[in-house]
Design a protein around this ligand. Structure first.
Ligand SMILES: [Cu+2]
Length: 117
């Protein structure tokens, strides 16, 4: 059965019908480009469309490129969240990849800064 399932999955991913909208980032917490006074415990991203959980992901890295997220994102509807390790003051980059339910891929990144003590 597996060899029949896989091509149909590929079709679903790459052969989708063109649609008017993709899953763009609607808003984020911490806010895009913001400076926050205390270290957030998670990053939460809200998109303009619902996400396909299996093909959407987010990574958070510090100024040296080291991962500071806790791994696999939790995806529900149009929201993707990932827990964070304890962050020191500094600037962090959030990179996300999304596959929306209309089968279109989008990606982007932004930074936020944890303020000094
Ligand atoms: Cu789209």
């Amino acid at each position: 059965m597996r060899k029949f399932v896989f091509p149909s999955l590929l079709f679903a991913v790459f052969g989708g019908i063109a649609a008017h909208a993709h899953a763009f980032l609607d808003h984020a917490s911490p806010l895009v480009g913001s400076t926050v006074a205390s270290a957030p415990r998670e990053v939460s991203l809200t998109f303009t469309q619902n996400l396909e959980a299996a093909f959407s992901s987010v990574q958070v890295t510090d100024a040296n490129g080291a991962r500071v997220d806790q791994g696999k994102a939790q995806i529900s509807g149009n929201t993707m969240r990932v827990g964070l390790k304890t962050l020191a003051a500094g600037t962090y980059r959030v990179r996300w990849h999304a596959l929306s339910v209309d089968t279109h891929k989008t990606e982007g990144s932004f930074t936020f800064t944890v303020g000094g003590l």
